[in-house]
Design a protein around this ligand. Structure first.
Ligand SMILES: Nc1ncnc2c1ncn2[C@@H]1O[C@H](COP(=O)(O)OP(=O)(O)OP(=O)(O)O)[C@@H](O)[C@H]1O
Length: 212
């Protein structure tokens, strides 16, 4: 991380293991600053698990997480309000239309950028799907709905798990150009978990797994 950049996410002595499994991370310290950070690792190294721990959805075994001054263990609601994350296998939006799902993800997000969302929705060719219920959409289209909301989010920390999975080429280009716009934008950090290196977007940092 650039030493002059403020840390948006502070990770102190973080450990996590699934029950009866070796730790995926042990005593990990990191500071994530503005821009795009790549969480890079082969399949099974723990990218999805770590994103869920950072999102506050999966409890760490020990350690401390803080985003923009809100600490997960002492102020969990405030912490979660600072973070955008959608579990790629969730079915919790199934009965909402894509538009309602977006509104739900933007709730309480004063910095949500409607114009940016419109541009991304166009880049992702989402128009024909916006009034369909989420359960009717393909996996790829559902992911686009969540990702458009995340990329337009005003929350300080956005977590994207394998964002190119199931994405067509024009949408991938829209994703890369939107992520490139985070370069040098103070106050916003995006962590992209991927089993592939990214050379199309300026990266603030790369974290390589396995960490334990
Ligand atoms: N609920 C669970 N209980 C126990 N072990 C799990 C659970 N979910 C995942 N694992 C194991 O934890 C390890 C890390 O999984 P995780 O999905 O976080 O890796 P990943 O790097 O995201 O991999 P992929 O790119 O394949 O999604 C793997 O060995 C996986 O089999």
């Amino acid at each position: 991380m650039n030493p002059s950049s403020p840390a948006l996410l502070r990770i102190d002595a973080l450990s996590f293991a699934y029950p009866d499994q070796p730790p995926l991370v042990s005593g990990w310290n990191a500071s994530i600053g503005p821009g795009v950070t790549l969480l890079y690792g082969d399949t099974g190294t723990g990218k999805s698990a770590l994103l869920q721990v950072i999102a506050g959805m999966l409890p760490a075994s020990s350690g401390r997480l803080a985003v923009a001054g809100a600490t997960l263990d002492t102020a969990p609601e405030a912490y979660r309000r600072q973070v955008f994350f959608v579990d790629p296998v969730t079915d919790r939006f199934d009965q909402l239309t894509a538009r309602e799902c977006t509104a739900s993800l933007a709730e309480g997000d004063a910095g949500f950028n409607e114009a940016k969302w419109q541009a991304i929705a166009e880049g992702f060719s989402l128009a024909p799907h916006l009034d369909k219920k989420m359960f009717m959409l393909s996996t790829g289209s559902k992911r686009k709905v969540w990702m458009a909301a995340g990329l337009a989010s005003g929350r300080p920390l956005v977590l994207l798990d394998e964002p190119t999975a199931g994405l067509d080429m024009p949408s991938t280009r829209c994703l890369w150009s939107t992520l490139s716009g985070f370069d040098g934008q103070q106050g916003r950090a995006v962590i992209v978990a991927s089993a592939a290196r990214i050379d199309t977007v300026p990266l603030a940092a790369t974290i390589e797994l396995p960490l334990a």
